[in-house]
Design a protein around this ligand. Structure first.
Ligand code: ADP
Ligand code: MG
Length: 386
């Protein structure tokens, strides 16, 4: 599906032929940092909106707009500074973004999409109406077990609860219920859709979660699924992004159900943890692809050049203070191991401090190394003695 001129997307087109386009990013975390690391070689300049100069992305930004992600005036200033503005976190003031768009700013993915995605029930309704396979939804529990989800504000499993029977205490807040999917695996597909209407998908990956923290622990590429499942996962993911009129890179989380069905779980309107391994394993990383997509440049190649396993480097349970990676030497001595350390100034239990991508010709070798390095990815904390 192409993007119509009347939608105003053509405002972005000249960027493809203009050096040093200014990109605004709402948020100062590692996703913004990795966008900049990918965009600087292409000649882009970056401005960010984030409260703290200590945030990972602030170290690289040319322009820093200090402010909270719900600060209308700061959002307006960043959008005015930039040729195109994007976001690395979805918990931003959507009304302020909408106002900035109405005033002529270019924000991609568009604020209207963010409004839909930020309400999980609305997101599911739009997908369902477009014929995208999703788990059954209901406003109230009809039977048990069932999955209760807060409509807004959830992340890393906060805001999701399995209710086993009517004695289980539900979460407080506006919520809805979803059929409990018996899944074989959780999968993800990174989708790119550019201002020119060009689209592409990355190979399907497997996502594995830490059972205690409910946080993504490992991502495996290629996913160990049938070729027909690979094809349908990529088709469903692309159709989901088109249904939402997404422009940029979006990540589609999927369930591979026990009966073989592919169902959409949720969509992140930005580069995603499941796509970090594209930095080493693909010719075009998800971050570079996002910048190409929002500036109307041609999309890059997405095929895997090697097998890869990504391991999140999380704060140890109980860690606080200045982060340390005591086994960094052993980790970096290993062939095929790539460390991304985000430079956060403080560690907390389960906080994402970095990630490691292991690449190898053979997936089994990558999985073996990913297992061996686990003790070396331990992050502890200590007093700031510098
Ligand atoms: N309908 C469902 N059936 C079974 N498990 C689910 C369902 N929805 C979510 N989950 C589980 O809960 C996790 C978090 O849910 P998700 O909606 O992705 O929330 P978050 O925004 O916290 O990532 C999923 O990765 C999956 O493991
Ligand atoms: Mg999720």
């Amino acid at each position: 599906m192409g993007i119509r001129e009347s939608d105003g997307y053509n405002a972005a087109m000249p960027l493809a032929r203009r050096d040093f386009a200014r990109i605004g990013i709402l948020g100062g975390g590692q996703l913004g940092q990795m966008m900049m690391l990918a965009g600087i070689p292409l000649g882009f300049q970056f401005g960010i909106l984030t409260p703290s100069r200590d945030d990972p992305a602030a170290r690289l930004a040319l322009h820093h707009e200090p402010g909270a992600l719900d600060d209308d005036a700061a959002i307006h200033r960043l959008v005015s500074w930039a040729d195109v503005t994007t976001y690395e976190i979805e918990h931003v003031n959507t009304d302020a973004l909408q106002a900035a768009e109405n005033a002529g700013g270019l924000i991609l993915p568009r604020p209207a999409l963010l409004g839909t995605i930020n309400d999980k029930l609305e997101q599911k309704r739009v997908l369902q109406a477009a014929g995208i396979p999703v788990p059954g939804i209901a406003v109230q529990p009809q039977s048990y077990p069932i999955v209760q989800k807060l409509r807004r504000g959830g992340y890393d499993g906060r805001g999701v609860k399995i209710l086993r029977d009517d004695r289980d205490r539900p979460l407080d807040g506006a919520s809805y219920c979803e059929e409990l999917v018996e899944f074989e695996r959780e999968l993800a597909v990174i989708v790119a859709r550019s201002t020119s209407g060009e689209t592409t998908t990355y190979p399907v990956v497997e996502m594995e979660f830490d059972a205690d923290a409910n946080i993504c622990a490992r991502v495996i590429a290629p996913a160990r699924i049938e070729p027909s499942q690979e094809t349908s996962a990529r088709e469903v993911a692309l159709a989901a992004v088109e249904a939402l009129d997404g422009v940029g890179v979006l990540a589609v989380e999927l369930f591979l159900a026990r009966d073989g069905q592919i169902l959409v779980n949720e969509i992140a309107p930005r580069p995603h943890n499941s796509g970090h391994l594209t930095i080493e394993a693909c010719a075009t990383s998800q971050f570079e692809q996002h910048l190409r997509a929002i500036t109307g440049l041609p999309l890059g190649e997405t095929a895997l050049r090697s097998a890869a396993v990504m391991v999140n480097v999380l704060g140890d349970s109980g860690a606080c203070g200045r982060p340390r990676l005591p086994a960094i030497d052993r980790l970096l001595e290993r062939p095929g191991v790539h460390l991304h350390w985000y430079g956060k100034t403080e560690v907390r239990p389960y906080r994402k401090m970095g990630h490691v991508t292991v690449v190898a010709d053979d997936l089994d070798d990558a999985l073996t190394t990913a297992q061996e390095i686990l003790p070396e990815t331990r992050v502890t904390g200590g007093a700031d003695d510098r």
